[in-house]
Write a protein that binds this ligand. Structure first.
Ligand SMILES: *Cc1c(COP(=O)(O)O)cnc(C)c1O
Length: 378
């Protein structure tokens, strides 16, 4: 099949929304008509639906994923003097939440096969000050939760999941977010489940924690004008609840489409020299392919990205710098070489377009452009 040059965006939310517009409209109309802009019935319906979907007793809707992490750690009373073991290879919010509370993020290197926290290194980083392990299910793939749960149990640590890239993915049949004490989600528009703006949530089976986060998000009010502790304004908006409830019904189908897209990439890119593909997960349900990330060997990433762009193909880098080597974390005193696996991945990683509506032609065109760009090096 001859391929005509085409444009391949990194993701296409407009297309996703066109397909479900009547449903969205019907869900938004009452929110707007009733002016239920903050929390309200649409948010409550989404919270019930998302808790049922994840398989937890409670869900608390929040205004973004960073707040979800922050509220989760605050509700667990993590604070000054505490250490939280987490990954250097993530979006920076995972660390922000720890730092907002005056606790110390302790970073250990990642597993070269999954790019997730390496459990063997986690265990070695435990000290008497360690309070929690905060793993990230990066790119949509489950961490080794058996190993992390065992370490948490053995040392009496909290396990809090950053599932902001892993809506719907599973570990041994259970949805991610339900395996630790609290699961944290972001509904940033580009996530697998995205709002019409900012959004986030925590899920948990722990009723006192859920109640405390419900209070914290609303200025720590217990009854009107009774502020029982230092509170926040991290409430979910009504329109986000309405949109998310509609989109949640489509999430499993969208994730299946992402899996098919990942399989096509694997088929069309296997054996290409100078390219390392993501290792196929032992259990396909453990991965929802938030991102499809390849590693380049030698080839200049900037040049490859430029050549892809010339062929109409968007690409990204997730992420170029380990969090502990960011200027914001200079005070921790880390230096290049401290996280050899993460640093190697970050130098070489390239994220290819990935979204549920991506056509076979778009995947094929992307692979052709990438192959040509890699051949051009030799
Ligand atoms: C997106 C993301 C967050 C933060 O979510 P926001 O809604 O943008 O605040 C946190 N952690 C990870 C791993 C993410 O990908």
């Amino acid at each position: 099949m001859a391929l005509a040059k085409m444009s391949v965006p990194f993701l296409d939310l407009k297309q996703q929304h066109r397909a479900i517009w009547p449903e969205i409209q019907a869900a938004l109309d009452p929110v707007l008509a009733q002016a239920q802009f903050i929390l309200g019935p649409a948010v409550e319906r989404f919270e019930a639906a998302f808790a049922a979907f994840i398989g937890t007793r409670f869900c608390v809707g929040l205004n973004n994923g960073t707040a979800a992490l922050h509220m989760a750690l605050h509700a667990c009373d993590i604070g000054p003097g505490d250490e939280v073991i987490t990954t250097p290879h993530t979006w920076v919010s995972t660390s922000w939440a720890v730092s907002y509370l005056g606790a110390k993020p302790v970073y250990v290197d990642i597993d070269p096969a999954t790019y997730n926290l390496n459990p063997a290194l986690v265990e070695r980083a435990v000290t008497p000050r360690t309070r929690a392990i905060l793993p990230v299910h990066l790119y949509g793939q489950a961490c080794d939760m058996d190993a992390l749960q065992a370490i948490a149990r053995k040392h009496g640590l909290l396990l809090i999941e950053d599932a902001a890239q892993a809506h719907g993915a599973r570990w041994r049949g259970r949805r991610l977010g339900s395996l630790g004490r609290i699961g944290c989600f972001s509904f940033y528009p580009g996530k697998n489940l995205g709002a019409f703006g900012e959004g986030g949530a925590v899920v948990t089976d722990d009723e006192p924690l859920a109640q405390r986060i419900r209070r914290l998000r609303d200025h720590a009010q217990q009854g009107r004008h009774q502020h029982v502790e230092l509170g926040y304004n991290t409430r979910m908006e009504g329109i986000q609840g309405a949109v998310l409830e509609v989109k949640l019904r489509h999430l499993d189908a969208w994730n299946d489409a992402r899996r098919r897209c990942a399989a096509r990439y694997r088929e069309l890119l296997s054996g290409v020299r100078g390219l390392t593909l993501p290792a196929p997960p032992a259990d396909p349900s453990a991965h929802v392919w938030h991102l499809f990330v390849v590693l380049l060997e030698g080839a200049g990433r900037d040049r490859v990205q430029r050549q892809l762009a010339e062929q109409g193909v968007a690409s990204g880098v997730h992420y170029p710098t380990p969090v502990p080597l960011q200027p914001a974390y200079a005070h921790l005193g880390h230096k290049p070489g401290d996280f050899p696996v993460a640093e190697d991945v970050m130098r070489r990683c390239l994220s290819l377009p990935m979204f549920a509506e991506m056509t076979e032609e778009q995947t094929a065109w992307t692979c052709k452009a990438l192959r040509e760009s890699l051949c051009a090096v030799e």
